[in-house]
Design a protein. Structure first.
Length: 278
């Protein structure tokens, strides 16, 4: 039971980071210095995950990279590390992905996904290793990849809407190589955060509610901790004038504990904010 709880915590933390890592306003064409962010994630008050995200883009192209690994008691029972990357370009209609990859490592097991797109942003090739076990996961719908984007490119597209003054909202069709789901983002207004020992951010942030409907590729047997997850919210703020608006906090409520992700450092434009090490 404990290992199942910890596995669920890892899954929830991954959702928080995936949702939170890449909402950002676009840089100018000449501003190509990457923005580097680090996050620490807690579940039920326990430190369970560390993550780093890097955004490198101009007004035409983007590259989004994130990596994370388990910490503390979760690392003892469920050691995991992973990295993901998306590369693409911006056109009038929004982001056009070129390629996406996602690698996860647990003990001696490796899970790999690679998506390649044609010039129009349609999926041209899919590599999934190992292939899904249909005794454990639900089958993908026919032509699951049609009309979709990878999750990081979807968030890049959302950032464009935010930049143009739109609300934090939208419905997106997502395919990550293993799962097909519809992602719904809802604007929940703003919230003011005071200084604390967990985050470098203080001030006003916009709350973006995150919900999704799984359409295939998900596990048939779901943990009760995953089943009770609700109130998924990513808070977007601007801790540095030299940096765009970025995720500064993320929260997922469950009936058995709360997942919280905190921004612990940011570097951009020659400036840096970071928590002091005691």
């Amino acid at each position: 039971m404990r290992s199942r709880l910890l596995a669920a915590a890892a899954w929830l933390c991954a959702c928080a980071i995936a949702a939170a890592s890449f909402v950002a306003t676009p840089a100018s064409a000449e501003d190509t210095d990457p923005v580097v962010m680090t996050y620490e994630v807690y579940f039920g008050g326990l430190h369970v995950l560390s993550a780093e995200a890097e955004l490198d883009r101009t007004d035409r192209r983007y590259r989004l990279v994130a990596q994370g690994e388990t910490q503390g008691i979760l690392d003892f029972f469920f050691s995991w590390r992973g990295n993901t990357e998306s590369i693409g370009k911006f056109e009038a209609g929004g982001p056009v992905p070129a390629r996406h990859r996602n690698h996860g490592y647990r003990e001696d097991r490796v899970r790999k996904v690679a998506l390649a797109y044609d010039g129009s942003g349609d999926v041209a090739a899919v590599l999934v290793e190992p292939p899904p076990d249909l005794e454990e996961v639900n089958a993908l719908p026919d032509d699951a990849e049609i009309g979709t984007m990878d999750p990081l490119s979807v968030i890049a597209g959302l950032s464009e809407s935010l930049t143009q003054g739109a609300a934090c909202s939208g419905v997106f069709q997502v395919f990550d190589g293993r799962r097909r789901y519809d992602l719904t983002v809802t604007d929940k207004g703003t919230q003011n955060f005071e200084a604390n020992d967990y985050s470098v951010f203080q001030g006003e942030a916009r709350a973006c509610g995150i919900e999704y409907e799984l359409l295939g590729g998900d596990r048939k047997e779901k943990s009760k901790y995953v089943k009770t997850a609700h109130d998924r919210v990513v808070y977007v703020g601007r801790p540095l004038d030299e940096a765009p608006a970025i995720p500064v906090r993320a929260k997922i409520e469950t009936d058995y504990g709360t997942v919280m992700a905190h921004l612990t450092s940011i570097a951009a434009g020659g400036k840096q904010l970071a928590l002091k090490n005691d």
